[in-house]
Every structure is written in structure tokens, then in C-alpha cells.
Design a protein around this ligand. Structure first.
Ligand code: CP3
Length: 347
């Protein structure tokens, strides 16, 4: 067994804390997924939830991209919605996307939800983390993650994906007290889930607020920011970096959350974001769609991001959102190698 509380010394962890390191680290959101034939092979044998709930399978899929590419971190294969059933929301992924059988539709439904308690049942994700950290044996750090309360509430209320989350927003506006109760229960659950992942061996944690960009500033300040901040306060410690990815939210709205690093999507200039969020770091932000086009163009844009960030220690290269299923695996490899070769040349 590895010592679960040991942070792996790595360019990624060093960059998260803004300490000197030898090359710009890179990993990609959704780096384990359908663009990899070896993932599709496993996926043919199991449903998505079965994969998440079978530790050996989740661990195998987590490590697949690291066998192919020189990535600087693994991210545990799971889902942000994984603990909703423990809270009382029955979820499935029938056509690929999530669907909740009994979504929240009244304040009474919020009262009925129970906070997730990782100690109350076996949770495959923690065992998957233990398998991965044992196999990585300190060579690469493993990222644990959770959803942010607002994004989780979006799914809890709408019961499935939505373009504008208007029903979720209407519920939050109509029932301010139930909104606070719901977001608080989700924040407590997410914090416990992250803590349990750290206890199992995760060296870094990331909080995904994928739909925070649907909120205007005042509503971001009301329904998202305070609850993310609560999670960051609960899990923050000097050896485990916390990354917050509030997709589509302007950098200057995010100051004060207390994260070590902020994920930046492709619509914001990464250097502008860096300067707005300093002394915290930034992670990003190549448009995932660039990996579908001519590889020369993806390389050129990668070089441009590295040029904008040259000499800055608190920077991690990533995409501005997850790897798209149509991405050629070779292009992912080319981008990983490009980031490493340019950043070690001192160019
Ligand atoms: O990044 C990784 O490689 C780790 C694994 C990971 C998954 N989901 C696996 C997954 C992570 C970090 C997530 C987080 C997640 N899940 C988010 C936040 C990040 C983001 O993308 O904005 C959200 C919003 C979800 C909810 C979710 N799960 C949706 C909307 C879907 C369907 C859409 C899709 O991409 O298929 C899922 C399913 C899901 N989660 C898949 C994977 C690999 C596809 C499952 C399959 O193989 O069919």
C-alpha cells in the first residue's frame, strides 16, 4: 500500500503551488474516454455506471491514457454525479447522458435529501484510487474530483442536461431557502467526497462547475461562489492543491474563492486570466475542437499559449474543456510532446 497522504513530487503539483519545475505540465480533461479505442473496448463490455462501480475497471481506464502519452497526471475515472444516488436521487445514463428518475421539484424534496457520507457504504471510486496510486507508485500524481454545488443542483433539479438550465434557475429563484439548503447539502457532500479521495491517495483535487457560465454575476455570487468557497475551505491543506474550473465564468468574478489554480476555458485569454487571478495559478486553455482540425494548427495554437505564459511558474497546460470523442489519439500525443519539448527548450 502506498502512503495515502503523500503528495507525489511532480511538475504538476509544483506548478499548482507556483514552485519552480523543469517543464510545463500537461493533462487533459476527459483524457480517459471514447476517443481511445482501448476505452471503447472496455466500454463495450460494461455500462458507464458499471465501469464507475467496478474498481479494477475504473482504475484500468484511468491509466489507459498514461500508457499511451507522457501526461503529467492521471484523473480518476468516475463522474461528478456519482454520489447523487447516496443522497436519494436515482440516476442512470441511458443514452450516454445522465437522467434522474426523481429530480428535485419542491422544497420538500430538498428536505428529503441526505448528505453523502463516504463512510456509510462501500464506494468503488476510493478503491479505484487506491489501485491507481499503487500502480503509479509515486511516478505521477492522481487527480480526484467533484462537481460544484451549482452544477450538481442543475442536474438534481432538471433531471438531465439542458441548454440554459432555466428550470433549475427558476427553482433557485422561487425558493431561496430551499436553494440554500440544497446547495449546502451538495457542498457538504462534495467536500466529504473530496476528502475521502484525498484519504485514498489523490494528490490534487479539481472542482468542476461546468454550468456556472449560465449565471449572471449576481446569481454566480449567490448560487455558486459561496458554496465552492465552502468546499475549498473544507479541503484546503498545504500539500494538496485545489483546482476550481468554473467554465464560462470571467476570471475576475472568481477572485477570493481560495483555489490554488483556476481552470480557464478557451474563450478567455490565458495570460489575462493569469494576471487577474494571481497569485493563484491557471490551467488551460486550448479549444478542444482544435484537436479535430489540421494537427499543424493545433501545434501552432499550443505554441502560442506557451508563448503567452512563458516564464510563469503557476501554469498547467490543458484543454479549455474535455477531449471530444472524435479526437484522433495521435493528435493528443502530438500536443503532449509539443508542450514538453517547447517548455524544456527554454524557448
Ligand atoms: O476527465 C476524465 O477523464 C475523468 C472522468 C470524468 C467523467 N465525467 C467521465 C465520463 C469526469 C471528470 C467527469 C465529470 C463530469 N461529468 C462533468 C464535469 C466536466 C464536464 O465535462 O464539464 C459533468 C458535467 C458530468 C456529467 C456527465 N457525465 C455528462 C453530461 C455525461 C454525458 C456526456 C458525455 O460526455 O458523454 C456523462 C457521461 C460520462 N462521464 C462519460 C465519461 C467518459 C461518457 C460515458 C460513456 O462512455 O458513454
Amino acid at each position: 500500500m502506498s502512503d495515502a497522504s503523500t503528495t507525489v513530487a511532480s511538475p504538476f503539483v509544483e506548478a499548482c503551488f507556483g514552485r519552480p519545475h523543469e517543464r510545463v505540465p500537461i493533462w487533459m480533461m476527459r483524457q480517459a474516454g471514447r476517443y481511445l479505442p482501448e476505452y471503447r473496448n472496455v466500454r463495450e463490455q460494461y455500462t458507464f455506471l458499471e465501469m464507475c462501480h467496478t474498481p479494477k475497471v475504473a482504475a484500468e481506464v484511468t491509466l489507459q491514457p498514461l500508457r499511451r502519452f507522457d501526461l503529467d497526471a492521471a484523473i480518476i475515472f468516475s463522474d461528478i454525479l456519482i454520489f447523487l444516488p447516496d443522497m436519494g436521487l436515482r440516476i442512470d445514463f441511458p443514452g450516454g447522458g445522465p437522467q434522474i428518475e426523481n429530480p428535485v421539484s419542491s422544497p420538500a424534496d430538498v428536505d428529503a435529501l441526505v448528505e453523502f457520507d463516504p463512510a456509510a457504504g462501500e464506494h468503488a471510486v476510493y478503491e479505484a484510487i487506491r489501485i491507481c496510486t499503487a500502480e503509479l507508485a509515486g511516478t505521477k500524481p492522481l487527480i480526484g474530483f467533484s462537481g460544484a454545488p451549482y452544477t450538481l443542483a442543475c442536474y438534481a433539479i432538471e433531471g438531465k442536461g439542458s441548454k440554459d438550465w432555466s428550470q433549475a434557475k427558476a427553482f433557485l429563484h422561487r425558493h431561496p431557502e430551499a436553494a440554500d439548503a440544497l446547495l449546502s447539502k451538495l457542498a457538504e457532500s462534495a467536500a466529504r467526497h473530496l476528502q475521502a479521495q484525498i484519504d485514498a491517495g489523490a494528490s490534487v483535487v479539481q472542482i468542476f462547475d461546468s454550468w456556472a457560465g449560465s449565471l449572471g454575476r449576481e446569481d454566480f455570487e449567490t448560487f455558486s461562489k459561496p458554496y465552492i468557497t465552502r468546499i475549498v475551505d473544507a479541503v484546503k491543506r498545504p500539500d494538496i492543491p485545489v483546482i476550481v474550473f468554473a467554465r464560462g465564468v470571467p476570471p475576475d468574478w472568481q477572485t477570493g474563492i481560495g483555489a490554488d489554480v483556476y481552470g480557464i476555458d478557451w474563450r478567455t485569454d490565458i495570460r489575462f486570466a493569469h494576471d487577474a487571478l494571481a497569485p493563484a495559478g491557471v490551467q488551460g486553455n486550448l479549444d478542444p475542437a482544435l484537436l479535430l482540425g489540421p494537427v499543424e494548427l493545433a501545434v501552432e495554437r499550443t505554441a502560442r499559449i506557451l508563448d503567452r505564459m512563458r516564464g510563469l511558474d503557476r501554469f498547467i497546460f490543458n484543454l479549455g474543456h474535455g477531449v471530444l470523442p472524435q479526437t484522433p489519439p495521435e493528435t493528443v500525443g502530438t500536443i503532449v510532446d509539443t508542450v514538453h519539448s517547447i517548455s524544456t527548450d527554454g524557448a
